[in-house]
Design a protein around this ligand. Structure first.
Ligand code: HEC
Ligand code: HEC
Length: 181
């Protein structure tokens, strides 16, 4: 009797639970996004003014801290940003060294999530994560200038997997309720 069950049905019975488990996992921040948020292309900038993280402004940028001078090296030609002034760094966001939960919570806190409806927060997260020139610069292949730095340097630890995968994974997390697990 077992033999009469078509093979395709058996295959489906095997694969379906796995697919469902994977879809559930994709709604968690820790599954795909944590590692991506922690790429150096993101954290080098987020750590910039953080003494405890040995941020760049305390070493290679000790003499390059003047905020009006960033653009003289990180030019439009290098960053690819339409507005050169978009390249700046701010303390108090998520940093390197944080775990998955902390990274996610700090991200939401930066957007004052506790005062916003899920709908508003989702829209703002999407806008930032899909359109901000700084984020796109940090994603492998998202722009022709991703990872490019002054003096012919290049950040190599970019968000891997490209823009489409990033969008799919961010969307799964947002649609799944932006859970910080
Ligand atoms: C050039 C520096 C820089 C890079 C590179 C950068 N960020 Fe940011 N990020 C910022 C700044 C500055 C802010 C604060 C927002 C503001 O003041 O415009 C921010 C804010 C955020 C926020 C909070 C949302 C908000 O609007 O405040 C998230 C989430 C974020 N960044 C994720 C990332 C990710 C993921 C990457 C890498 C793919 C990345 N950032 C790369 C500088 C950077
Ligand atoms: C004199 C040229 C110069 C100036 C001015 C300058 N930078 Fe840089 N920046 C560089 C170079 C070169 C690198 C490559 C790595 C290094 O030297 O640390 C770099 C790297 C960075 C990185 C690391 C990105 C990564 O993922 O590795 C960030 C973030 C950054 N700069 C932000 C800034 C900000 C913000 C300012 C202004 C407050 C600024 N820079 C001013 C030359 C400059």
């Amino acid at each position: 009797m077992f033999r009469k069950i078509p093979q395709s049905a058996l295959l489906l019975a095997l694969i379906l639970p796995l697919a469902i488990a994977q879809a559930a996992a994709d709604t968690l921040f820790s599954t795909n996004l944590y590692a991506k948020f922690q790429a150096k292309a993101c954290t080098n900038c987020h750590d910039f003014h953080e003494a405890a993280r040995d941020g760049l402004s305390f070493n290679s940028h000790g003499r390059r801290r003047e905020v009006n001078r960033c653009r003289t090296c990180h030019t439009r030609q290098i960053t690819g940003f339409a507005n050169v002034a978009d390249l700046f760094a701010r303390p108090g966001l998520y940093t390197s060294g944080m775990g998955a939960k902390e990274t996610c919570e700090a991200t939401k806190k930066a957007l004052n999530a506790e005062f916003k409806s899920d709908e508003l927060l989702a829209g703002q997260l999407e806008k930032h994560l899909f359109e901000d020139p700084r984020v796109l610069w940090g994603i492998e292949g998202a722009t022709a200038n991703s990872g490019r730095l002054p003096f012919d340097k290049q950040e190599t630890n970019l968000v891997e997997g490209g823009l489409e995968e990033w969008k799919t994974q961010v969307t799964a997390w947002i649609k799944g309720g932006m859970k910080c697990e």
